[in-house]
Every structure is written in C-alpha cells, then in structure tokens.
Design a protein around this ligand. Sequence first.
Ligand code: SPD
Length: 357
Amino acid sequence: MKQLVNAFLAIMITAFALMYLGSWMNSREGYSGGNTLTIYNWGDYVDPDLLKEFEKETGLTVIYQTFDSNEAMLTKVEQGGTTFDVVIPSDYAIAKMKEENLLIPLDHSKVPNLKNIDARFMDLSFDPGNKYSVPYFWGTVGIIFNPDMTQGMDFTSWDSLWDSRLKNNIFLVDGAREVMGMALNSLHYSVNDRDEGHLQEALTKLNRLSPNVKAIVGDEIKMLLANEEAAVGIVWSGDASEIMDENDKLDYVVPEEGSNKWFDNMVIPRTADNVDGAHKFINFMLRPDVAAKNAEYVGYSTPNIPALELLPKETSEDTRFYPPAEITDRLEVYDNLGKRMLAHYNELFLKFKMNKK
Ligand code: SPD
C-alpha cells in the first residue's frame, strides 16, 4: 500500500512539474518569443506609426521599452534576465557590449537595405565591418540658444557658457559623457581624456558653471527650451532640430574647440528570443520610406541616402544638422573608456550634480 501511495505521489509531482514548465514556457513565449519582438530604445526615438506598420506587415507584436542613457541601458543588459531582440545604443556603448560578448553578429544577407546607408557611417572604429550594428541616427553635441534672450552673445566657444549674463539660464542634457566632454573640450582636452589632472580640472570648471545651470534634465529639455524656460541648452543636435521646429527663434551651433559626433546603431543582444524578427525589424527601419518617415517624426539626422532624398530640402540641406565631412572630421567619437574609467566619468558627473543641489 505504502509503495502504491509513493508511486501515486511521484506521478502527481511529475505532472505538476510538467504543467508548471509548460506554463512557464508559454508565458515566456508570450512575452518575447516567436510572434513578438521586444525593442529597447531611447525615449522619443521612433515614430509609433512605424511600429504599427511593422506589426501589420510581419504579423509580429512589438513590445517597446525605453531608456534615457547608455549607462542605464548597459546596466540593464549587463545584469541579464532580459530578452530584448533589438537595442539601439550609441557607439562607445556598442564597443563595450561587444567586448562583454553581449551581442550576436548580424546576418547581412537578411539586411539588404544596408546598401542605403551612406559609406560615411559604415565601418566605424567602434564596429569594423558593421559586424554587430547598423546605423539608425547620428548627430553632434552643441549649444542651442535663444537670440532674443541672450543679448547678441556669441556661442561659437564653449567658454561662452560661463558668462555671468547666463545666470540660472542654461539647461544641460543629463549625460555624463556629454557634460564631462563639454567641460574637457572647453579646456582644449579630448572628450576621451583619461588624465586624472585634466579630469579634476574639468570638474572644477564644471562646478564654476553651476550658478548658470538652471537644471540638468532628460527628454523634457526639448519642451523647456521651446517654451523659453531658459535661454541656452547643451543638447544633442537631433533634440535641437526638434526644439527649433517648435520655436524657430532658436539657433544651434557646434563650438569651435571641438565636440562629440555620435552614432546610434541597432544591435541584437545575445539573449534575444526572436533573432529572425530582429533582422526583419532592422531591415524595415532601413527602408527609405520608413527611414524618412522616422527622421521626420523624430527630428534626428538619418544616415540613409535615399531617405534623405525624400526629406524636404530645408531639412536635408541644413548644415547645422547635416554637417559636411569637413566639419565632422574635426569632432570626436566617444571611446569605450573601459569599465573603471567610465565609472569614474559617471562619478565625477554625479559629484557635479550633487554640488549643484
Ligand atoms: N531622445 C532620443 C535621444 C537619443 C540620443 N542619442 C544620442 C546619444 C549620444 N551619445
């Protein structure tokens, strides 16, 4: 009798275990499996209609999540437990993800629309041969200013930001690399400087900027500057273009000491569940009509040549947002500084933020 009870119990336990496993697999499938595609992108960085169009064309359901900095994205992907199919990091973050073996090589035969990308944006140092990444948008870091609120000031130098007439009148983008890079450039150092003395000089100079800084903000910087809540902002060029669409009084300049040129590319994480769908999405975003619609909606600069031809000339010929190679050649791409130095940049930026409060 005892043997019979034991056998019955064993059968019941196995049955429950199988039921649990089945339902776990189903829920995982429903979350990010065969018929879904999970995308992890910057906030305000895609035309939502295009996601619907992609769903309609492929029958896939898109799950969309956002981040507000490369650092936040890196932390999430590095800690594991995610099944993002497509992520859109920037240059130095891609180099770091490659180094940490977090990405899978792309199958270029599934991305024929790669032919649409300008050679200028291919084969860059952070991803030779575009083995792991495909260009999405690109741009610069610069100063947006409101001439009506800045009494004829000239913003062709980063040093103009320290002018006492700008007291409590500057918004800074909430990015460690951007703010540290700006301070380093203002001292004629590289945005990738690793010298501790130079980094401390940059922090001291940043602390002197505090009285002029109204706030350090995320995506809301666009609304705040368009509404003239401050006269000046340090922003990504694409945000400047969006702000200027809302308020055409403002202007954008990349200071002469130098700045950052950046590239946001699409990648497929090693933990992706739907690699085939990810390739489909990447190829879809590179279609000229899709890339043009996305650039019009988001306001950032497209690296897609036939898409650029579909944009109004006033956009494609605006050298503030589509600077020629002579200008971009003198700008720097952020290096992958390595774990410790990147953490140090973040720590110095945090010190500046704390000092500001
Ligand atoms: N709201 C979209 C922001 C995209 C910014 N990407 C630029 C990153 C530069 N390192």
